[in-house]
Every structure is written in C-alpha cells, then in structure tokens.
Write a protein that binds this ligand. Structure first.
Ligand code: SF4
Ligand code: SF4
Length: 186
C-alpha cells in the first residue's frame, strides 16, 4: 500500500513539473504574440530611405567642369574623369565620366566637394548584378533618374519600420494592447 501511494505521489510530482515546463514554453509564445512585428515584407514592401541616405550617385554631365576634385577627395581615387583640352573653347571638354560602384564605399566625399554640384546621392540601393563589371557606371548610367520607392506601383512604401507608430523603433516598449500601424506614404 505504501509503495502504491509513493508511486502516485511521484507521478503527481512529475505531472506538476511537466505542466510547469509546458507553461514556461507557452509563456514565451504568448509573450511574442503580444508584440508587434517589425519585419518588412520585402520586396512587396520597402522602407523609404531617409533624405540623407547615401545611395547610388547621380551625375549631371552638362554641369561637370572636369576639375577632378571628386578624384582627389575620393579615398580610392575612384571617379574616372576623361577630358581633353579644347583649344577653340580654351577649356576642358569632358568626354567620359564613370564610377565603379563595385569599389565605391559611398562615403559621399565626391558629392560633398564637387564645386558644381553635379554629383548627388540618390535613394537607390538595389544595385545587385550578375557580373561585377556591370557596376561600373558610365556617364549615361550615372545620369539615369533615380529610382524612387514611392513611384513603384508594385511596392507598398513604408515610412518607418512597419506596424510601429511614428518614432517608435523598439516593439518591446509598446504595450501589447496598443494598436496603430506604421505610416504609409501618401
Ligand atoms: S562616394 Fe566616396 S568612394 Fe565613392 S566615388 Fe565618391 S568619394 Fe569615392
Ligand atoms: S568634382 Fe564635380 S565638376 Fe569636378 S570633375 Fe568631379 S564631377 Fe566634375
């Protein structure tokens, strides 16, 4: 009889322990159920880069005076400025300009120091290609108008990390009963 009671007691203890462990696991699950997802469903949703985002460089051929300041301030002397002296105009004439984005570190020095502001950063960041040399942009490719997330009808642009109210970056600080999705671009 005593042995039987001991077995029942042990069984009850094991049951309580098992229930405790199951509860412990489920508490993590329930904790996450109350949190807000911060994932962006790329490529169907995309964050709008900030105004100071240093994306692909845009180049305006007509404004370039071939001074080569961009080459001198570049940490790796990257921009290729191919010019000839035009004796009739008595000034430099730009033939070709290129930047290899496979090497560029997007530091922004060239954009900052260009005296004629013919270089500017765009918000374009999707630069993946199949072959490296395709990243070597000539003046035509550099002059292409920047890609804008807000102009793509296939994409839902997001102003900030999705599903979070404006200015909130950490979902763990949010009360679980707070509602309100992140702002969508107009
Ligand atoms: S962004 Fe920086 S690394 Fe790239 S071309 Fe300009 S100066 Fe050079
Ligand atoms: S600094 Fe500007 S104007 Fe001078 S060569 Fe470079 S892109 Fe042209």
């Amino acid at each position: 009889m005593f042995k039987f009671l001991k077995q029942v007691g042990d069984y009850a203890k094991e049951t309580v322990k098992a229930a405790y462990y199951i509860g412990q696991g489920l508490s993590v699950t329930f904790n996450h159920m109350g949190r807000r997802p911060i994932t962006v469903q790329y490529p169907y949703e995309k964050l709008i880069p900030s105004e100071r985002f240093r994306g692909r460089i845009h180049f305006e051929f007509d404004k370039c005076i071939s001074c080569e300041v961009c080459v001198r301030v570049c940490p790796i002397n990257l921009p290729i400025v191919d010019w000839v002296f035009d004796p009739t105009l008595r000034r430099k004439k730009l033939n070709h300009y290129s930047i290899d984005f496979g090497v560029c570190i997007f530091c922004g020095n060239c954009v900052e120091w260009c005296p004629t502001n013919c270089l500017s950063h765009t918000e374009e960041y999707e630069l993946s290609v199949y072959e490296r040399h395709e990243l070597n942009y000539d003046s035509v490719a550099l002059g292409r108008m920047p890609y804008k997330v807000t102009n793509d009808p296939m994409v839902k642009p997001l102003r900030e990390l999705v599903y979070l109210p404006k200015g909130v970056m950490d979902p763990h600080d949010m009360p679980s009963n707070t509602r309100g999705a992140g702002l969508f671009a107009k």
